[in-house]
Design a protein around this ligand. Structure first.
Ligand SMILES: NC(=O)C1=CN([C@@H]2O[C@H](COP(=O)(O)OP(=O)(O)OC[C@H]3O[C@@H](n4cnc5c(N)ncnc54)[C@H](O)[C@@H]3O)[C@@H](O)[C@H]2O)C=CC1
Ligand SMILES: O=C(O)C(=O)COP(=O)(O)O
Length: 634
């Protein structure tokens, strides 16, 4: 029995597609009809009836009667269903079991589904069996389901309203559900608020009439200031993913309840400025330019994930100044770039592409002229980082002599020879491949003078960044025969989407392989990046760790247990820690852990404190003039 007091608030929660991700009856049909050739058709009919009834477009009783008729299930199928439903409990309900448990006296499950499968599921999460209001099946002597208990008002039209009426609750009633019948409780005046729950399904007819739309139980608990597992609901945190990053990235964020917007192409500066206003995490690849203007219009942005290697498209200095942590995937597509470079190098030195083009036009040109092996040739690598060193290993395995030049002193791998200047390298290489990063200073590293220093007939590869080569000089070198073949994957201007044409003087030149910036575009690389970058971003958002950040000092933090964690990014000036400690001392706050790392622009201090403190303490930290970004986790 429910104890009614005047101040009491009741939380009436729907089961199907709210408490669980699925509709129980649809799934029961799916199980019961396993092996039946008409299974898909019948399940589909049942789903349509469920949807029609949920939208309020058919009388509920009629829909239920027709669904039971189609079902052909028995008691053993229900046991299978229960096991299945255990794996389909909505994520935000699983996260907030403490609330379900602690507020069990005030929580009612009100469902037009069936107690036989609802009770075992909800009671495991702390709900009281006596607070579950649902239909029950009728069985025959062989345990086949033959109907429903028609005496239960829930089996009739407006059943939920009738049932709630009969409970005669005194106090406030809020309803959480995904269906129109849940809204009818509010419409009838029996409930004072209706929260359309959209974690699993979103029905326009329902959200349109709701007092609030809650994408998760966390959001409901936040709005009502109730105890919850997330200090700030993740459904309120917007993540913008651009440039068609791998779907596993989207799943990683959505699985944790974040609000994700996914865009296939890149955005230009103005489009991004428009979109980024309420974005907390931005995911991009190499194309999206994150300029100072963009960052100045991103008040909520705390992190950027570059789902690639290069970060030259991001204004890192401004990002750091604003305490925005940038992460990338430093080696997830290294191998893919190297394989493409190896393939192109062999194709170019053998003159394969012109022969192939000729063959397509019917020209049989069997000759060895201008076709060479790579074995014994000198491979020159400009930039000896992750990609350069990998290519060094494979080049040697192909029998090439490897030479490299890097602005930083790098250890040669295998028999590779380090050269002291770019000029020296240009003069020895038979095949020259660029693997430098896209920093501004690298603009036109290879221009007219550099082509002039190269051997006649050199094979030239650029899979690094378009602006590092002067294209006009390259075209001239190709036309004059100085460069006998070139493989180009990157260009000073690259189309924003696949719908834009590629314009370049390089088009139509023989023995030039042009590829649309696909060095890192393999299934393997993209999936690897799709896992790696969200892991770094989630660690930062959930725990404060900055492992792998390219601009914020790296700190690997222990998991947060029992304390509140304050994350403070500040301008790196002397005396910050003393100032902070002074505030702690004045407010008598007990610190359970403290970490500090700095770089030349900013400092990142993390303080774990005991939960009991007064709010003024937090405000004082926020108000410090050196504070750039401040957030709290608990
Ligand atoms: N085509 C594509 O799809 C891809 C292109 N890339 C590009 O390749 C670049 C290199 O990638 P990683 O090897 O992973 O980077 P990395 O950072 O490991 O290596 C870059 C190396 O170049 C050196 N360097 C920079 N400027 C130089 C210069 N002017 N002369 C000589 N050495 C110089 C650096 O000291 C460093 O050792 C990335 O920054 C990115 O721009 C990366 C992945 C895919
Ligand atoms: O990883 C990089 O730096 C690349 O250039 C690959 O970029 P993408 O992911 O293809 O836009």
């Amino acid at each position: 029995m429910l104890t009614n007091t005047l101040e009491q608030t009741y939380y009436v929660i729907d089961f199907d597609s709210t408490f669980t991700q699925v509709e129980g009856l649809d799934e029961l049909a799916n199980i019961a009809l396993a092996g039946n050739p008409n299974r898909e058709k019948v399940v589909q009919q049942i789903r349509e009836l469920t949807e029609t009834a949920m939208n309020g477009d058919m009388s509920f009783a009629e829909g239920l009667r027709r669904r039971i008729e189609l079902l052909q299930a028995n008691r053993s199928h229900i046991d299978v269903l229960i096991d299945f439903l255990r794996t389909k409990i909505s994520d935000s309900f699983l996260r907030n079991q403490a609330f379900l448990h602690d507020y069990a006296d005030s929580i009612l499950i009100l469902s037009s589904g069936f107690k036989e499968f609802i009770v075992p599921i909800v009671t495991e999460l702390g709900i009281k069996e006596e607070n579950v209001y649902a239909n029950t099946f009728r069985f025959d002597a062989e345990d086949n389901i033959i109907g429903v208990d028609n005496d239960n008002v829930l089996s009739s039209d407006k059943g939920k309203v009738k049932l709630l009426q009969s409970l005669n609750l005194e106090g406030e009633v809020c309803v959480i559900g995904d269906g129109y019948t849940d809204y009818e409780l509010r419409e009838s005046g029996l409930a004072s608020r209706f929260y359309a729950f959209t974690e699993n399904v979103e029905r326009e007819k329902v959200t349109k009439v709701a007092d609030h739309i809650v994408p998760s139980l966390d959001e409901f608990l936040f709005l009502n200031n109730l105890p919850r597992s997330q200090s700030y609901p993740k459904s309120r945190i917007k993540i913008l993913l651009l440039e068609n990053v791998h779907p596993v990235a989207r799943e990683a964020f959505e699985g944790e309840g974040f609000n994700v917007e996914f865009v296939k192409g890149a955005l230009d500066e103005d489009e991004l400025i428009e979109k980024i206003k309420d974005v907390t995490i931005l995911g991009i690849r190499s194309k999206t330019m994150v300029t100072r203007r963009v960052l100045e219009n991103a008040p909520r942005l705390i992190a950027i994930g570059a789902f690639c290697i290069g970060t030259n498209q991001i204004d890192l200095k401004t990002a750091t100044e604003k305490g925005i942590a940038v992460f990338n995937a430093p080696y997830s597509n290294t191998r893919s770039v190297v394989e493409l470079a190896v393939g192109e190098m062999i194709m170019l030195i053998r003159n394969v592409f012109p022969k192939s083009v000729g063959m397509h036009a019917g020209k049989w040109d069997k000759s060895a002229n201008n076709s060479f092996e790579v074995r014994g040739k000198k491979l020159g690598l400009v930039g000896y980082g992750h990609i350069g060193t990998q290519l060094s290993v494979i080049g040697e395995a192909l029998g090439m002599e490897v030479y490299f030049y890097d602005v930083v002193d790098k250890m040669p791998i295998g028999n590779a020879k380090k050269l002291r200047s770019l000029d020296e390298l240009l003069q020895v290489a038979d095949v020259l491949s660029l693997h430098i990063d896209g920093r501004k200073d690298n603009k036109n590293v290879i221009g007219k003078r550099e082509f002039g220093l190269m051997k006649d007939g050199v094979v030239f590869l650029n899979l690094a960044r378009g602006h590092v080569v002067d294209v006009e000089a390259l075209v001239e070198a190709l036309k004059s025969g100085k460069v006998s073949g070139a493989g180009l994957d990157v260009f000073p201007y690259e189309p924003k989407t696949n719908n834009e044409a590629f314009e370049s003087e390089l088009r139509g030149l023989p023995n030039v392989i042009l590829t649309p910036h696909i060095g890192g575009s393999t299934e393997e690389a993209q999936e690897g990046i799709g896992h790696y970058v969200p892991e770094r971003l989630l660690e930062y958002v959930n725990n404060g760790s900055t492992t792998g950040s390219v601009n914020v000092p790296e700190v690997q933090l222990p998991l947060l247990k029992g304390s509140h964690r304050l994350l403070h990014v500040h301008r790196n000036v002397p005396g910050i820690l003393a100032k902070l400690n002074n505030i702690f001392a004045r407010y008598n706050v007990n610190i359970t852990g403290q970490y500090l790392k700095t770089n030349d622009q900013i400092g990142y201090v993390i303080m774990d404190v005991e939960r009991s403190y007064v709010d003024g303490f937090v405000q004082e930290i926020k108000d410090m003039e050196e504070t750039i970004k401040f957030r709290m986790l608990y």
